[in-house]
Design a protein around this ligand. Sequence first.
Ligand SMILES: *Cc1c(COP(=O)(O)O)cnc(C)c1O
Length: 397
Amino acid sequence: MSKPYRAATRLLRAGRPHQGWVNTPVTRASTYVFESVQSWRDTRARREQERLPSYGARGTDSTHALEDALIELEQGYRAKLYPTGQAAIATVLLAYLRAGDHVLITDAVYEPVRRFCAEHLARLGIEHTYYAPDGNGIEAMIRPNTRMIYAESPGSLTYEMPDLSRLSTAARKHGCWLAVDNTWASGLLHQPLTLGADISILAATKYLGGHADAMMGAVVANQRAWQALERATIDFGQTVGADDAFLVLRGMRTLPLRMAQHAGNAMQVANWLLARPEISRVLYPALPGDPSHAIWRRDFTGANGLLTVELADTYTESDAERLIDSLQLFGIGASWGGFESLVIPVQLRTSRALSGNLPRGPMLRLHVGLEDPQDLIADLERGLNALIQPLRTLRIS
Ligand SMILES: *Cc1c(COP(=O)(O)O)cnc(C)c1O
């Protein structure tokens, strides 16, 4: 038997016809017309088990092609698509949890999930507790009614890496699902299902689409988790349009190239920032000094363009905001994973329930894009020099 192809090769072959047009044509569709009542009935009887064309909301050639590529990337059993990453998360939580259940949520969870838990899980009688983002002490937090461990690998804004093998052992032992938000690695750098997770969630809006021109979420499940996910997805009416599926799949063809370039640029920017006196910390798991570096080396094959920077504690939040406003190549905006550089201020006090490890200085998050890193560094240099100007003036006079 020949060796299995490597990830980049599999990614280029996944979700495409291997003869005829290179790309699956865009199938914009709602109704699928059958030749007889019998074939209509046959499809309805088989469509829960098989992936057959039956109605636009259940998938088209375009969405199936994207699902196939995601299954290949994540090494999962089946996949479903959602209009946003947030919709994918909401569907996962509601697919597996019911009244009386308890879910353990990472304290570094993507912030909008906190409100979903506080408002919607609570309203439905589902309890949630936040655990430390590195997963320490989680075994003692599992209750008899805990049905799910919800992780982010790594956490939002601070990139703590949980040990997924350890979380999956705990989850298995107590009969819980392990769901992991894998958006940071976007399926390419890390495959939670191979480390024992049941469900991997992706905001395809980020690196998978990669061009800041489409919103999408995806969930890849193992066989055990699949049926509940598929049913909930259909029952909640979650689906995506063929044009957006085409855009995301098109973006995925260059994912390895883009990711490597984002990571290379981010490393240059990170090392440059570390040498600046205004910066007290740079959070980036690929840096040897990052608290998550060991797990990153073990469980990931690369890094991305996200850096969180802490300024020295002599600076105020308004200094950080002045710095952000002064940057010319970093757009101020939500999301990341597109080709362009972005920056936002970070306030951990409002996005963490546990008080451990709060920063002393103001923070900002950079998404290092595909611009020339020397230009990005020059932009940051200009901004930082302007920041310390008042002090220098003081010293000179
Ligand atoms: C952005 C993001 C999401 C949500 O994705 P949207 O498509 O913007 O809804 C979910 N999880 C993580 C970790 C994210 O960064």
